[in-house]
Each structure stands twice: as C-alpha cells, then as structure tokens.
Design a protein around this ligand. Structure first.
Ligand code: G6P
Length: 611
C-alpha cells in the first residue's frame, strides 16, 4: 500500500528519500516518485512506473538536488498504475504533495476546481488536494493555513506530506486515518508511513494521532491536534535496528521468513512460559480480573490474520466454556450485531494498521459496547496497539514478504497464551494450562523438523506449475489451515485455490475432481483422522490426485496418484502451527517455478491502510 517519506535537512535529501522508499517497498506498490525543492527554489519532480529501481535510474541520469523533499510509492486505488498517476502531485509548479488514503468527495471537488480553471493531469483522488492548497496559497494564505483550509474540505482518509516554493523551509504533514510518523534527527526532521523508512537516519519517533497537523522545520516542529491546539506527543526511541531487511543467503524474503519461524516463535515465547506468570504476556491493567468477567470472545481480522482467528476459535471453545465468533473486519464494521454482555473484542494483525480492522476497533470503542479490547499485533506503537485496552505482542520481527508467514504462526502462539490465560482466569482445568505451556516449549524444534521437508516439497511443487486450480482439505482446526494454504497459493502463484472442510466434499467440490485438479490435504493425527481418511478415499476412487501432509498414523500408501509427505509427530494442539509450514513451502516453490514476483505479488499490498 502507498508509502510516504519526507525530509527537511541541511544536506541533500534525495538519497535519504530513495532509501526510505526502498525500505517501504515491502508494502506493495506499482509506481514511485520524488519531489525536491532545488537550489533555484523550483520543484524538481521525478516519477516512474514500476519499481523504485526505475525511479533511481531516472534520477541518476537527471539528478534532483535539494535539502527538502517528499517521496511516495503508490498502490493504485483511483486511476490505473501509470506515471501520470504516480505521486508527488503538483499544482502550478508551486506546491507538491504525497498522499496515502482515499479522498471520498474528490469527484465534486474536481468539478468545482475545474470550473475555477484548474487543469487535471491525473485520474487520482489526490490531485484535488494539491489544487485546493494552491488555490488557498493564491488567496494569500500561508502554506500551513492553505493545507488547514484544504483538509477542512476533504472527506476520507489521508496521511499527507506537502512542500511549496512559497515557504522552502517548511514541510507540512497531516494525518487522518492513514498512519504517519515523525522522525527526529539532529538538525533534521523526517516523515514516514512507518519507522522502517527512517531507521537509517534516526531512531527517535513520534507517532502522529488522528487529526494531527504538523508544521516541520529543519530543527523544530509543532504539532496541532484536531481542535487546533498545540500538543506535545511522546517521543519514542526505537531499538528495531536496521539489519532485518537483509536477504542474507535467501533468494526471497518469504523463504527467509518461513525459515525464521522457529526463531520468531522462540522470541514470542521467550520469558513468557511460566505457568504462574502468564498474565505478564499481556500489557494493560488487570487482565485476569477482566478475563474472569468475559462471557464471549469476538475476534476480528483480515487475510491471514483472520485464519489465525478461526483456528483459535476451535481452541477457545474446546478448552474454555467461552463462545467465540470470528469475522472479517470489512464485514463486521458495517453490520449490526445484537448487543451482548461482557464480550472481549480481540483484533489480530501483523501490521496493526489494517484500515478495516482499525475501523472495527474504532466502532466498538465509540459505542463502548465491549467489556474490553485486546490486540494481538506484531508492530509496537501501531494504531491497533495504541487504541486497544490490552496488547499481546507477537515478536516475529519485521515481516517483509507480502504473503504473511511468521506473523501467522506467532499469532497462533500468542492465541494459545490467551487460551491459557482464559483457562486460568476461569479457574477450570489448570492441568490444561500446563499442557499448553509444555507443548509450546517443544514448538521451535517441531518447526525445525517440518522445515527439513523443504527439498521434498520443492520437488512436489513441480507438479503444480501447469495447474490452474487446486483444492485444499482439512477437518476441525485443520480446515482454517487448509484455507490459509489456499490463500498462500492464490496470493503468490496466482493459481486459483479453494479450501473445503473435507466432510463437505460430496456436497459439491467432488464434481470438480479429475486428474487436472490437485487435492492437498493436511492430515495430522487427531480425533478426526479416520473421517478424513474416508474423505480422501472418496477422492482417490474418482481418479483425483492427492498430495497429503500426514502423520504416520494415516498410513496412506504412496502411489501414482497419491503423494505423501510424512510430518513429525505433534501434539494435537500444535498441529495447525506445524502443518502450516509445508503449505507455505509448497506455495513458495510453486511461485518460484512459475517465476512470479514472490515477495511483491501483483495487485497486493503488505499493509492495507485504505478501505
Ligand atoms: C494484506 C496482506 C496479508 C495480511 C492482511 C492483513 O492483505 O497482504 O498478508 O494477512 O493484509 O494484514 P494485518 O497486518 O492486519 O495482519
């Protein structure tokens, strides 16, 4: 999704801006651009369709040098990916802006601005913003006031960076809905969509809040809240370091991140696996007292995080008496649910910035309909962590590949901790908490053993290169694992894939089974293994080709149309986590063989900060 970087310094900023854009590439984008105010006080703008590397090449042949500038990676929403739609957008060579978000009333504003003589050169919603600012500048307003007047007129979500030849020593930033962070250097100041963009130049950050408006100079800044009052926002020191965005020996971040899972899980567990001290996994006051009152859990998430929620609902309902519903955020936020008492509202998110998940949380915060809110999130200081009563951090480290891998497995670990805490709070079955903790201790080793299947799975993936469809099967808590497997294959290899609970086969999907449709099944040893085996026999007897990740106990013979990869023996509750690994590897190698852009699949974004 769109990424913003901006800088005002005593040194040339173009290279800082480009490096910032490279560090935001993981979010997904289709074009990029940069604008700096040069020595002649002109705006020098360069834009390119495609990668930041293409923009860099353009700048090498025609450099833009200046000490203040803004830059952007665009993920198309209004107007197709094209150079003319790439940001920064400009008006009359006087002002340039970068924008993340969506301006909802852009059509009416466009008509009004056209009537006033403004000439539009793009199909974007953003261009109305830059012309409005220019219009107010023409009326004699300062740059800050021109931007203030403009944002009074626009509806929707925005993070904005603005520069103008009228005030070459000022960078304006504003946030409503879309995230924006200030980076404080020594005698220089930066803005970025996230801290990744600015880590090479500073480790001190201010996370802007909704409605914040900033007037930034080289060595000072002022932040105004949505009522226009000057506010102090806390400065946070980051210890994220910069080394994480390195590929090392891996060809793709996704492969690296799949292999980082034992370590990511270990970090998430580190120092937290003391049965008597589990409550310290969660930040926020009196978690146990809150959980004692909980009568229901509502989980909200998107994409891969939603699948983690589905898996957890099996655990929660199996081990506690607390009912649990799971819903995708984009549906939940727009529908009415009958009021219920004592509901714990849990959001799951890698980024903590997904627009729909955040909007769902804002909705329940506004109507105060929940007992408490808790987020399981991988990014400290993200919007979700700041707006939830409780936070349970996954410590997976930055995830760069658009397709989520280590964030998912660490979310499942965090969810098991939450299950343990709920059992403790409810005072039932303390031996179950011990079982959860003891199982989790074994998890990093079991993940290592699953990763040893890498070469075998690479070979298996060759069978998928020419396929157009695939069906994933699982039962019980392995059904959402199958859903996640299907999502991974779709996302990065562009093969259409669907997941079914295996018991549903005969209600429709069996009609699709033939030698062209690979059927992938996850078959750990659980109470449902015999049922699953019968379902797989139904496929076999109809000539279907099966790819089974199975515990020894399933004893399915490897034959021409049955390919079996034997998985390590795992405790039942860890099976969804361990069996996710081979599905990630299968999608990864299929995508590599097909030659897709594995880490940045077409049309997708890592951090979906617009609705
Ligand atoms: C995008 C990403 C997915 C991710 C989903 C939810 O679609 O491409 O990998 O699962 O957003 O993101 P979140 O950060 O909220 O987990």
């Amino acid at each position: 999704m769109c990424g913003i970087v901006g800088a005002i310094a005593q040194r040339p900023v173009t290279e800082i801006l480009l490096e910032g854009l490279r560090r935001l590439e993981y979010r997904g984008y289709d074009s990029a651009g940069v604008a700096v105010l040069n020595d002649n006080n002109q705006i020098s703008r360069t834009r390119a369709l495609g990668k930041v590397a293409a923009l860099t090449e353009k700048l090498e042949s025609s450099p833009a040098i200046g000490n203040i500038g803004i830059a952007h990676t665009r993920w198309a929403t209004h107007g197709k990916p094209a150079e003319r739609n790439a940001h920064p957008h400009m008006s009359n060579q006087r002002v340039a802006i970068v924008h993340n978000g969506i301006i909802e009333n852009y059509e009416e504003l466009r008509v009004e601005l056209k009537a006033k003589g403004y000439n539009f050169t793009s199909d974007t919603d953003t261009e109305v913003v830059v012309h409005l600012i220019e219009m107010y500048l023409t009326q004699g307003q300062s740059l800050a006031d021109a931007v203030r007047e403009t944002i009074k007129e626009v509806r929707g979500a925005y993070a904005l960076g603005v520069i103008s030849i009228e005030q070459p020593d000022v960078l304006i930033a504003a946030r409503q809905g879309s995230p924006l962070v200030l980076g404080l250097g020594l005698g220089e100041t930066f803005i970025g969509s996230d801290i990744q963009a600015m880590l090479p130049v500073t480790s001190r950050f201010i996370y802007l809040e909704n409605g914040d408006f900033c007037v930034i100079k080289r060595d000072s800044y002022e932040i105004f809240d949505d009522a226009g009052a000057i506010v102090e926002r806390e400065i946070k020191e980051s210890n994220s370091g910069m080394c994480t965005a390195e590929l090392g020996k891996y060809r793709h971040f996704m492969h690296k991140e799949i292999f980082e899972q034992p370590t990511a899980v270990q970090s998430t567990l580190e120092g937290r696996l003391n049965v008597n001290d589990l409550k310290h996994c969660v930040s926020g006051d009196n978690i146990i007292e809150t959980l004692e009152k909980v009568e229901e859990i509502q989980i909200i998430a998107c994409g891969t995080s939603y699948h983690a929620g589905l898996i957890a609902s099996y655990w929660l309902e199996d081990l506690t008496d607390v009912p649990c519903s799971v819903e995708v955020a984009s549906e939940y936020r727009y529908r009415r649910r009958p009021p219920r008492d004592n509901v714990l509202f849990v959001t799951l998110s890698q980024s903590g910035e997904t627009a729909d998940t955040l909007a769902a949380l804002e909705k329940v915060n506004t109507d105060k309909s929940m007992l408490a809110t808790l987020t399981i999130c991988n990014v400290a200081e993200s919007s979700l962590t700041r707006e939830s009563d409780y936070t349970l951090m996954t410590l997976a480290g930055p995830e760069i590949g658009v397709a989520s891998t280590k964030a998912f497995t660490t979310q499942l670990v965090a969810l098991q901790m939450l299950v343990g805490l709920l059992i403790q709070a409810k005072g039932n079955a303390p031996e179950k908490v011990e079982e959860i903790v003891n199982n989790l201790k074994k998890l990093p080793i079991l993940l290592e053993q699953a990763l040893e299947k890498d070469a075998e799975i690479e070979k298996m993936a060759e069978h998928f290169i020419e396929k157009h469809n695939a069906l994933f099967l699982g039962r019980g808590d392995q059904y959402p694992v199958a859903m996640e497997g299907a999502l991974k294959l779709k996302e990065i290899s562009y093969i259409h894939a669907e997941a079914y609970p295996a018991g549903e086969l005969k209600h429709g999907p069996l009609a699709l089974v033939d030698s062209e449709m690979p059927i992938i099944a996850v078959a750990p040893k659980t109470g449902l293994i015999e049922k699953l085996k019968s379902n797989l026999e139904e496929v076999r007897s109809r000539g279907g080709v099966l790819y089974i990740f199975a515990d020894k106990a399933i004893a399915m013979e490897e034959k021409d149309n049955i390919h079996v990869i034997e998985m390590p023996e795992v405790p039942e509750m860890l099976a969804p986590i361990v069996y996710t690994i081979p599905l990630q590897l299968l999608s990864y190698y299929t995508a590599v063989f097909k030659g897709t852009d594995v880490d940045k699949p077409r049309n997708l974004a890592k951090s979906v900060t617009v609705e």
